[in-house]
Design a protein around this ligand. Structure first.
Ligand code: NIG
Ligand code: FE
Length: 425
């Protein structure tokens, strides 16, 4: 039987909000005294004022969780860029970085990504899956119902497959949805007997076919940078991956401008980082269908400037914000906190900031079935114990959802809808 959730003080629906460009308060499409009708399949069947829905669907089971508290409903957050599958930590790198050693210099000296590769290769697939589940569940408690998770610390055919299989195992062990991305092209492994071109050939010929056949990932990522891969090799690699059917994404413009043009040229779903993007990069992204994904966690972790999010929006781009959770540049992994901090630094409206971690982030993963509270969308919903949606960014990550629903079901608690509807004693 369908369930009618409510009455809720406010529901932030983004029902018709545009995919690109600046947003104002009207685009939030706030419904006051709202109800959400959730069907048996876990999708939203109707969203609107509660009294009208109660009248229209008299047979629906009514459901008022946390009875008596005012609640604001938001679509579940989508974290469209994480490296949550890894072993070990890089506290040593951090110790050096905060004292002034640059990230790229540490990488060249043998620290950086390569040290996480060594730790991750030593870990078992089961341990990697457990670490990924632990992070996904922590994120889910903070309202993140979908997380992208990259490989990229294996960097050999066998070790990349181990990571991707660990991510698949983890997906079956958490209520959050994990979307895997193959980042075998993170850097050219230091133990590879050959140069970057030969390594990418190996990935295309020996790894990607298995990834595709086993359904381990349908997305491919590459890091374009002085310490990783150049434009020419990256373009060829991405075109070959696209020809196999993979969706594309790129680590672009992190330290050096210009690589986002590769992402745009190959029709990537997103270009991520963009801290060093030039005016020309911004204009190209804005004119494209490639989502510009800001990663404030990397700026905070590296002590660098932020992605020019305001300029990207004003130029007309689709802006997403993701955590980049990883052991090197972004060990914090707190999406709402980071989005709130980026909003304050870059002067983003509440609508722009929340859109960047809901439906616009879903678009970075080309998922059209989540990110808004609208009929047909999955009932991935978070409920905050407040009567004013503005408090959610204001507390800068300090306010966590009182309840998170994934496909209509309460997450990370044994609380059933029936129990939840009992009045408080
Ligand atoms: O998104 N820039 C490249 N990759 C990651 C960092 C990975 C690492 O340092 O382990 C990033 O920042
Ligand atoms: Fe990253």
């Amino acid at each position: 039987m369908p369930k009618l959730l409510g009455p809720l003080a406010q529901a932030i629906t983004f029902a018709h909000a545009p995919m690109k460009g600046p947003l104002g308060a009207d685009h939030l499409e706030v419904v006051a005294n709202a109800g959400l009708l959730i069907d048996d399949a876990g999708r939203l069947a109707a969203v609107g004022p509660y009294p009208a829905l109660a009248k229209q669907y008299p047979k629906a089971e009514t459901w008022q969780p946390l009875w008596g508290a005012p609640l604001v409903a938001l679509p579940g957050f989508v974290d469209a860029h994480t490296h949550a599958c890894f072993a070990g930590n890089r506290a040593l790198d951090y110790d050096l970085r905060i004292a002034g050693r640059p990230y790229l210099e540490i990488a060249k000296a043998g620290g950086g990504i390569w040290s996480s590769v060594q730790a991750t290769r030593k870990a078992s697939q089961a341990d990697l899956a457990a670490a990924t589940v632990a992070y996904a569940n922590a994120a889910l408690r903070r309202g993140v119902t979908t997380l992208e998770v990259k490989s990229g610390y294996g960097l050999s055919v066998a070790e990349e497959l181990k990571m991707l299989r660990a991510i698949r195992t983890a997906d079956g062990q958490t209520e959050a949805d994990l979307i895997a991305t193959c980042l075998a092209a993170h850097i050219c492994p230091k133990d590879f007997d050959g140069g970057p071109a030969a390594y990418l050939d190996l990935v295309v010929e020996k790894l990607l076919p298995t990834v595709w056949q086993e359904g381990l990932a349908c997305r491919v990522d590459i890091f374009i940078e002085e310490t990783a891969f150049d434009h020419t090799l990256a373009t060829q690699y991405l075109q070959r991956a696209a020809a196999m059917g993979f969706q594309l994404t790129v680590h672009a413009d992190q330290f050096t401008a210009g690589s986002s043009q590769v992402a745009v040229a190959v029709g990537a779903a997103s270009a991520d980082h963009l801290e060093s993007s030039s005016e020309a990069d911004i204009a190209r992204l804005a004119a494209s269908d490639t989502v510009a994904t800001a990663l404030p966690g990397a700026s905070l972790g590296l002590g660098m400037g932020y992605t020019p999010a305001r300029k990207l929006l004003d130029a007309g781009a689709c802006l997403a914000i993701a955590s980049d959770y990883n052991p090197g540049s972004a060990p914090m992994g707190h999406l709402l906190l980071q989005a709130s901090v980026l909003a304050a630094a870059e002067k983003l409206s509440t609508a722009e900031t929340l859109a960047a971690i809901t439906y616009r982030a879903a678009h970075a993963l080309r998922l059209a079935d989540r990110g808004r509270l609208a009929p047909g969308q999955w009932a991935d919903v978070q409920l905050y114990a407040t009567d004013d949606y503005r408090q959610i960014l204001y507390w800068q990550g300090g306010m966590e959802p009182a309840l998170v629903l994934k496909q209509g079901k309460v997450c990370l608690t044994s609380e059933s809808p029936a129990e939840a509807s009992e009045p408080a004693p």
